[in-house]
Design a binder for this molecule. Sequence first.
Ligand SMILES: Cc1cc2nc3c(=O)[nH]c(=O)nc-3n(C[C@H](O)[C@H](O)[C@H](O)COP(=O)(O)OP(=O)(O)OC[C@H]3O[C@@H](n4cnc5c(N)ncnc54)[C@H](O)[C@@H]3O)c2cc1C
Length: 446
Amino acid sequence: MNQTQDNNEPDYDVVGLGFGPSNMALAAAIDEHNAAAGASAQLRALFLDREQQTGWHKNLLFEDASMQVAFAKDLVSFRNPTSELSFLNFLHQHGRLADFFNRGSMAPLRIEFVAYLRWAAQQLAHYVNYSSEVVRVVPQTSSGRITGYEVDIADANGVRTVTARHVVLAGGLQPTFPAGVRSGARVWHSAEFLERVANFEASSVRSVAVIGGGQSAAEVIEQMYHRFPQAQIHSVISRFGLIPSDASAYANRIFDPLAVDEQFTAEPQVRQALTDVHRNTNNSVVNPNTIAALYDLEYRDQWLGTERLNWHRAARVKAVREDYESRTVHLELHEGLGDGPGLLEADVAIFATGYRALDPTTVLGSHAGILVRDDQGRPSARRDYSAHTVLPDDAKLFLVGQTEHQHGISATLLSNIAVRAGEILESILSAGQGTAMQAEIRKASA
Ligand SMILES: Cc1cc2nc3c(=O)[nH]c(=O)nc-3n(C[C@H](O)[C@H](O)[C@H](O)COP(=O)(O)OP(=O)(O)OC[C@H]3O[C@@H](n4cnc5c(N)ncnc54)[C@H](O)[C@@H]3O)c2cc1C
């Protein structure tokens, strides 16, 4: 940790890792604050994103895919329904309000949501540097307290360092493979789908394995079915069949802002039980429309005698080997129903096996010891999403999207990003006031 002088002013009040929806929502809240505040109370904020432009899960951006969330859970509306950065205003500005509502769905298309994010990003452009990767975050201390952070940023010109009072880590979800599996020429994660599939001619793929039973897996199955008309599609799922997502009203309440308070203050075992039982609102489940579309394909093919969907149920992949000579992937399966152990040979294998939250250790490196962790090794955060640190902190490190174990199931989703951004802003403003007040007291007593 770097020692600093008390009177060192940081370059920024807030530096954000990532400019996905979470930190865009925070930038929108800061922008509103700055517009209303006097010059001396404005926050200097900088957000860094390693991508060249604003996007959203670009490798799963299928033209006909819908969001799994209502339009009003945008960057701002649940915090400030009158904000100019609302999805409704985006539609209004593009003359599409009536067309959107005539469609009769509350969920925007994914391509529409990205267009909305890009429109909002243009209005927040003064806060963001693209093609800029945060590679290191180093706490600065003075008199045994955390007083700020140094942030190393890699861009086309090399690595530069900025200083920040507060840092917000919102790097999103990271794709995960089963143990022992790695990405290769013919083995991908679904998060790589569109850029990888573009390398294959329609006639070159005869057999595809898709591992996983969630929304991404179902969409990838559908995509592969249509892109490779000669291919047999093998779905490897741990269940008997695809399970529909629960979007019913009472279950949906678990995403409400007030439910975050309830879950945060609940006993850990109650919180965990609720997360487990309501995981079917979001994880490892499939939108009923996607299930119906797949079933219709299979049903029609049965009549035509052209069946191409094959289900390996109660199954798991035991080993994967990519054979570069024969240009195939060999999957060793264990099927709980049917033949038990077996081999599956495919031209490509796509693992739609989920994501995990960013681990702050990736940027804190040898300084990760500043984080207080729970008995399962997970970083512990306060209600305002700031990390519990082993040293007292005047400067905060916010862990966004990394605290499902404390803030509940909405922590990694869009449902609560607007309200969460307001809570983080409030926390930054009150910490700032505290610091300014302490500086005044020190000045007066000097
Ligand atoms: C395929 C898919 C579909 C989803 N659909 C929905 C949905 O319909 N509804 C819903 O509520 N949730 C959905 N989610 C959950 C998803 O996490 C949220 O929608 C949302 O993307 C969270 O926003 P975020 O800003 O926290 O993370 P992200 O959107 O992942 O943004 C993180 C950003 O950080 C950047 N970044 C990462 N590391 C660095 C670094 N070191 N330096 C600089 N930049 C960095 C990335 O480039 C990225 O732009 C989906 C997730 C996936 C994977």
